[in-house]
Design a protein around this ligand. Structure first.
Ligand code: C5P
Length: 409
């Protein structure tokens, strides 16, 4: 629900602008007030009249508008909003934002802005894939701008296909709701989550992996976003969409994952739910390995960095709460307690992944989980529940622990 929220929607020039009209309607339905800025390019696709009729307000289009500068102006337009949405965010608007240009009302509002910004990019797939746009998107993400989409699919241009479609209005609304979950127990916190398996290359076509689905890690990231946190989700290859309002950093190997985690720091809380491969091939063959009918090629392995232990043992910039997972097949609690000490983390969420754990479909890839929470104070057995419920309970515990630590210090 967006009751009493003040949103500023900046509409860029692209065919997806027609979906922004529906977006205004969806946001209004949820109780938000919506002010609209349109670029001159946007007005080739939809009219200020249509946007104004839906937003029940005048639409702002000019930087040097005597009337508007006197009563409101570009500074107030952003200052009076709780959040800015740029939809569609064109390649041109993103480039201007990344470089701090301000030669029209939309870009001047964005440069003067201090509020959270959500971009819903929409452009031709070749423009989205262009190195300049990649660079600008990376810069904007590093600047704290959030993205929803673009999605893959058929484009307006006939025969064109690929990533570049603007996210659907309801997806954008869900992301706005997650971003504005302020007052949530984790608002103002940065939560870092790892999820999924890692893929360790053997040669250009083969890799070592495991059965992790990423469901538990993604559910934790979603629950943290709903609790109002800024969330970075570093995920190995999975078949799951990024939860709304979460910044996704996709990675392949354990070494990529460690690098992405280190880049994402500082964080208040780090939750390591990924099933990181313990080993990788000692060397990656540059060409596909051939079977030549002779002896099998030896596969020498080497150990991967332990991401959890590396971060938990940091002497500076360590997150206040570092949480690991333990998948065990026997003596779950005893092994998890030993692991907590060895890895140097604060808590361990331990589960029994053995075939006899009694969870239909097993834990890995399944939708339920039965865990023990191991802390410095001891261990608690949590009842079997969906991965979403386990995530919500864990997030509630994290919020309580951060609150307690703050009141002690
Ligand atoms: O040692 P083990 O793999 O059982 O530890 C599991 C925990 O450690 C999980 O939280 C997992 O995400 C983390 N881990 C890691 N890097 C590794 C191996 C495990 O972060 N290389």
């Amino acid at each position: 629900m967006l009751e009493d929220k003040r949103l500023l929607l900046i509409i860029g020039g692209g065919i997806a602008a027609y979906k922004s009209l529906d977006l205004i309607r969806r946001l209004k339905e949820r109780g938000a007030s919506v002010r609209v800025v349109m670029t001159s390019a946007a007005q080739h696709f939809i009219t200020p009249l249509a946007a104004g009729a839906l937003s029940h307000d005048r639409v702002f289009t000019e930087l040097f508008d005597r009337e508007a500068e006197q009563d409101i102006g570009h500074i107030r337009l952003s200052r009076e909003a709780d959040l800015l949405i740029v939809a569609p965010a064109t390649a041109d608007l993103m480039a201007k934002m990344a470089h701090g240009l301000a030669d029209d009302l939309a870009s001047a509002v964005l440069l003067a802005n201090t509020r959270p910004v959500l971009l819903a990019p929409a452009m031709n797939p070749a423009m989205w894939a262009n190195v300049a746009t990649r660079r600008n998107a990376a810069q904007l993400a590093a600047d704290g701008v959030r993205f929803v989409g673009p999605n893959a699919g058929a484009m307006a241009e006939r025969g064109e296909d690929g990533a570049g479609r603007m996210a659907e209005p309801l997806e954008i609304v869900a992301t706005v709701e997650a971003m504005l979950a302020a007052g949530g127990p984790l608002s103002g916190r940065h939560v870092l989550v790892t999820s999924g398996p890692t893929h360790e290359p053997i040669d250009p076509v083969r890799y070592i992996a495991n059965r992790s689905s990423g469901k538990q890690g993604h559910a934790i990231a979603a629950a943290a976003a709903r609790a109002g946190a800024r969330v970075t989700l570093v995920s190995g290859p999975v078949n799951l969409p990024a939860p709304p309002g979460v910044t996704l950093r996709p990675v392949e190997s354990a070494r990529d994952m460690l690098a992405a985690v280190e880049t994402a720091l500082p964080a208040d809380v780090a939750i390591f739910a990924a099933a990181v491969a313990d080993w990788r091939a000692a060397s990656e063959a540059p060409e596909k390995m051939k079977k030549d009918g002779g002896a099998l090629p030896p596969l020498a392995l080497t150990e991967n960095p332990d991401i959890l232990a590396t971060i938990a043992h940091r002497t500076s910039g360590r997150p206040r709460l570092v949480i690991g997972f333990a998948a065990e097949t026997q003596n779950v609690v005893a092994y998890a307690q030993a692991k907590r000490a060895r890895k140097g983390c604060d808590w361990i969420v331990a589960n029994d992944v053995s075939a006899h754990s009694g969870i239909p479909g097993g834990v890995m890839g399944g939708d339920t989980n039965e865990v023990h929470l191991i802390t410095a104070e001891g261990s608690e057995a949590w009842p079997r529940a969906s991965k979403a419920e386990v995530a919500a309970r864990l997030i509630a515990r994290i919020a309580a622990a951060l609150g307690e630590r703050e009141s002690e210090s």
